[in-house]
Design a protein around this ligand. Structure first.
Ligand SMILES: Cc1cc2nc3c(=O)[nH]c(=O)nc-3n(C[C@H](O)[C@H](O)[C@H](O)COP(=O)(O)OP(=O)(O)OC[C@H]3O[C@@H](n4cnc5c(N)ncnc54)[C@H](O)[C@@H]3O)c2cc1C
Length: 599
């Protein structure tokens, strides 16, 4: 449990020293609950358990949100289309979560984004029907969110005429629409919210360690009593055991791997997860003129065109994926599909030259009988395949807190002792406390710290009230106040802070997840790598060899990704992408080679 004399923010600082001490805790202590997986579900479960007063450990094989949780459409949403499928309880649940996140838990990270539902051009009778049908759906969406509740966190919807729609989105082909409805959903930097959750768990006393891969379960008789862990930052060191009264596996598309670790006992996992790939494109804001996002119906699903800072995010696809789950690759076919879909409605067609970034993620879908992945359930499940082990999977990002509460409810029941209710609906994440006031006073804050209001706004929307720490770092070291080479919207201080307080261990962590430079620049971070490595290396004590290795790895990754995106299909794209392995594996391999060379 956290020492009350230590401030919450300090206690939530995931520094290199903290990693060393948390690793020691993993070896020495027995935990009430050990969570495997630092995606949104696992990090959320760690927050839930720690805030109930349990002794918690969270281990992640790579980096926070390195799996699906950094590769979503970045919407905190009820799912307008689930309304159409009459899955009303799911919509209501998700909209409640949306309201909580936007108003209380993470207002610094979750913001309203306007989205337009264009009404296709049609004869007058069909036009009336369409407006009635979609209008009713969007109105119901607002009602489910609580029209009169202060906790809704989003403005209400509005009907737009054809001219109104054209005014809001000039790039829409005028003859394709008869009008539109504008509604709001939440938008989030998905990777940043996960880091924030992990830090919030750490602030509540959890031991939180990344680059810590679980390789097996420790069992006594027919009960799981812990896990075996490999520290990927110390490849020469032996695996070690971590003891826990309950193990929670929140491993998304890797859930079946967890079940496979128990294969020798002949247990049925009770839950199977299959992966469906979703690809997104990122294009500059100037490529499309519009003040709102778009949601478009496609033959199999929906397509979003969403404003994202100085960019647009366009996605997504929905296809079965059985290849490398760590680095799902987008093929030229995926990219062509997305361009074709969006070009159906844009007045200036986008081409591959417009693309700045591409990313692919894998939906962890609970296996069902349906033969099309888009029909599989997005709902989650919690199962206990063996005493002491709970698996939680499925669901969606928006409802991570519900999944977390469900699995920790089960954990608490297992542990016995006092009833402990989930309190996470009352627990603002780090940086959320006092955010509204900080935002109101941002001009004063800028004046006080001698920076522009733009800089303060950028930081507030990424760090909330923790912004003061970054401003202090910039004041102490002017080299941290400069923009990053090749990505001037980010500051050097953000890279230093990522290594100092946000658990970033590799250049990839910083360029891909703490910042989104890898998808927001046409060079995909290649022109930022040197500068970022210098700043990061100064915090982490990298020598020239390590610095060079990190930059080389990052450049190799960019090259492999680019190549994969020219390949005609998944198989060829995957083969090209695996040419640049994960930096964590690379660290291990290279060090092993160096050790052998020394001998
Ligand atoms: C294209 C796409 C778009 C989406 N858009 C949205 C959206 O807009 N809104 C929404 O609400 N949801 C969306 N989703 C769904 C949402 O992103 C996922 O449901 C959610 O991120 C899953 O999180 P998770 O924590 O369960 O899995 P993950 O984020 O994949 O986390 C699992 C973690 O477990 C770790 N792990 C695996 N094996 C081990 C091991 N042996 N030891 C230690 N760690 C291990 C992995 O490294 C990984 O970090 C989208 C999904 C996709 C693919």
């Amino acid at each position: 449990m956290r020492d009350p004399s230590v401030s919450r923010n300090t206690a939530g600082r995931l520094s290199p020293i903290r990693r060393t001490s948390d690793l020691r805790r993993l070896r020495d202590e027995e935990f009430d609950v050990l969570v495997i997986g630092g995606g949104v579900t696992g990090a959320g479960a760690a927050v839930d358990a720690a805030s109930r007063g349990l002794k918690v450990a969270l281990v992640e094989a790579r980096d926070f949100a390195a799996g699906t949780s950094s590769r979503s459409s970045k919407l905190i949403h009820g799912g307008l289309r689930y309304l159409e499928q009459l899955e009303l309880h799911l919509v209501h649940e998700a909209l409640t979560e949306r309201g909580l996140l936007a108003t209380r838990l993470a207002p610094h990270l979750v913001r309203p984004v306007p989205i337009m539902v264009p009404l296709p051009a049609a004869n007058p009778a069909k036009r009336v029907w369409q407006r009635g049908y979609y209008g009713l759906g969007v109105a119901a969406y607002d009602v489910f969110a609580g029209v009169f509740g202060g906790g809704r966190g989003m403005p209400l919807h509005r009907h737009l005429s054809r001219n109104g729609a054209r005014h809001l989105f000039p790039s829409l082909q005028a003859d394709k629409i008869s009008g539109a409805i504008r509604y709001y959903d939440g938008q989030v930097d998905d990777a940043r919210l996960v880091v924030n959750l992990a830090r919030t768990a750490a602030a509540q006393g959890a031991a939180v360690v990344t680059s810590a891969r679980v390789t097996g379960f420790v069992r006594e008789a027919r009960q799981v009593v812990g896990v075996r862990v490999k520290d990927l930052e110390a490849p020469g060191s032996p695996e070690f055991e971590v003891r826990a009264k309950t193990v929670v596996a929140a491993t998304g598309v890797w859930s079946d791997d967890m079940s496979a670790m128990l294969r020798d006992v002949g247990l049925r996992p009770g839950l199977r997860v299959r992966a469906s790939k979703g690809v997104h494109l990122v294009v500059p804001r100037s490529a499309i003129t519009g003040e709102a996002g778009l949601i478009l119906r496609t033959a199999t699903s929906v397509l979003f065109v969403l404003p994202w800072g100085g960019h647009w995010i366009i996605g997504t696809t929905d296809t079965d994926w059985q290849l490398d789950r760590s680095h799902p690759a987008a093929s030229a076919r995926d990219i062509r599909y997305l361009l074709d879909q969006v070009n159906e409605v844009l007045d200036r067609p986008l081409t591959t030259d417009d693309i700045e970034g591409v990313y692919a993620g894998l939906r962890p879908l609970l296996s069902g009988e349906a033969d099309s992945t888009s029909k599989l359930s997005r709902e989650h499940a919690v199962v206990e395949p063996m005493l002491g082990l709970l698996l939680v999977a499925g669901g969606k990002y928006t409802t991570y807190r519900v999944m977390a509460a469900d699995v920790i409810d089960r954990t608490v029941r297992r542990l016995g002792g006092p009833a402990r209710e989930s309190r996470t609906d009352q627990l603002p994440l780090l940086g959320a406390d006092g955010y509204a006031a900080a935002w109101r006073d941002r001009q004063d804050m800028a004046r006080r710290h001698g920076v522009t209001t733009g800089v303060v706004e950028h930081l507030l929307e990424r760090y909330g009230t923790l912004t003061v720490h970054l401003l202090a770092m910039m004041a102490a070291d002017p080299e941290l106040a400069v923009p990053l080479d090749g990505a001037p919207e980010y500051l050097a201080a953000e890279v230093a802070y990522a290594a100092l307080a946000e658990g970033a261990l590799h250049l990839d962590d910083v360029l891909t997840r703490r910042t989104r430079i890898s998808i927001e620049t046409a060079h995909r971070g290649a022109e930022t790598a040197e500068h970022a490595a210098r700043v990061m290396g100064a915090v982490l004590g990298w020598d020239e060899t390590v610095r060079r290795r990190e930059v080389e790895h990052y450049q190799a990754r960019v090259t492999a990704e680019r190549e994969s995106q020219t390949m005609p299909d998944d198989l060829a794209a995957d083969a090209a992408r695996v040419g640049a392995p994960d930096v964590r594996g690379l660290t291990a391999d290279r060090r092993a080679v160096l050790l052998e060379a020394d001998l």
